[in-house]
Write a protein that binds this ligand. Structure first.
Ligand code: ATP
Ligand code: MG
Length: 323
């Protein structure tokens, strides 16, 4: 199966940095950088779901946008089926659009309010000349796939509930039969009861079409429900990654442990909650040594000075001086 060590990566990134310049003054000179993403290495196997979890502002969305070409990295390599995305010609990039899609957090603002569902879900198909039968027929088939009624295609985004709108977004994303979908907080704006339905739909589609997902969320319980593997991000870096069960039940990094502790367990009073001290430092002035040392309950002298290297070979990896 797919949930193994790097085998048939659909996505692979090396040394990827996405920084945003901070500009000041009338000449808008660059006075510094927001170091949103700094990933040494990450891969996603074909058919695999990699969950990416971390606090707000840690760089999850920026990573997803970089992968899909919406942000330009400062340095690094990003491979899709072994081809460096940054080296692709314009025509090849257009082809990539078919194979890689993105679903955003806010289902309403990502849908054009003036287009009906028919036009929304078939727009990409029409652009690439991929409509099978009539446009209506094709749109209705997509509605069936995402669990909406056929006549939904004649309605407009504001006429739907949040969960239904996210189904429309999903229909649009799968229309061109992609291999890889970046799901950026796809259920965070939805009620808990609806979240499970949308996650189930994503899992069904994954099985039907052997899709690979990058599933981004700040909510560890949502991420663990759908992911084969999980990567934990802090200040733009991956601090731990591994099979979902290992990362959740046998977490190594103090930051991962703190995230797990922050998930309330129903019916349990948590006595020994590790509470994260302080705020996440600014990504424009990241701490020296280990990025997490300013908030780490287990901080040691070396953590302030030296950046931790990856330890533990194989699939469970952690970047921490404790190991
Ligand atoms: N276009 C931009 N210009 C400047 N800074 C940006 C831009 N986009 C993001 N940032 C900054 O980059 C950092 C990472 O932001 P990002 O949105 O990727 O985080 P996130 O993990 O997705 O957070 P959230 O959970 O709130 O969605 C933040 O400090 C953010 O302010
Ligand atoms: Mg985000």
């Amino acid at each position: 199966m797919s949930n193994q060590i790097k085998k048939y990566p659909i996505i692979e990134v090396n040394n990827l940095k996405t920084w945003f310049p901070i500009k000041r003054g009338v000449l808008s000179r660059t006075v510094g950088y927001i170091r949103a993403v700094d990933i040494a290495g990450l891969y996603i196997n074909r058919g695999e779901t990699l969950g990416l979890v971390g606090e707000s502002g840690c760089g999850k969305t920026t990573f997803g946008r970089t992968l899909s070409g919406l942000e330009k990295p400062r340095t690094g390599e990003m491979f899709f089926y072994g081809k460096n995305i940054l080296d692709l010609s314009r025509r090849e990039l257009r082809e990539l659009r078919k194979k890689m899609q993105i679903i955003f957090q806010d289902p309403l603002s990502s849908l054009n309010p003036r287009m009906n569902v028919l036009d929304i879900v078939t727009e990409g198909l029409a652009e690439f000349g991929k409509i099978e039968g009539t446009r209506e027929d094709h749109a209705k088939r997509l509605m069936n796939e995402v669990g909406l009624d056929n006549d939904a295609i004649y309605r407009y985004p504001h006429e739907f509930s949040g969960g239904q709108r996210q189904r429309i977004n999903i229909a649009r994303a799968i229309a061109l039969r992609p291999d890889f979908i970046i799901c950026d907080e796809p259920v965070s704006a939805l009620d808990v009861s609806v979240q499970a339905q949308v996650i189930n739909l994503l899992m069904d589609l994954r099985d039907t079409y052997n899709l690979s997902y990058l599933f981004i969320s700040h909510d560890l319980s949502v991420v663990s429900a759908i992911s084969n593997r999980v990567a934990v991000m802090y200040l733009g870096r991956i601090v731990e990654s591994g099979l979902t069960g290992d990362v959740i039940n046998n977490s190594k990094h103090p930051y991962t442990k703190a995230l797990i502790n922050a998930v309330p367990e129903p019916g349990h009073y948590q006595k020994e909650r590790i509470v994260l001290k302080g705020e996440m430092p600014s990504p424009s002035a990241p701490p020296s040594g280990c990025m997490f040392h300013t908030r780490c309950p287990e901080v040691m002298e070396i953590c302030r000075k030296q950046e931790p290297k990856e330890t533990m070979s194989g699939i469970h990896q952690v970047w921490c001086h404790l190991y």
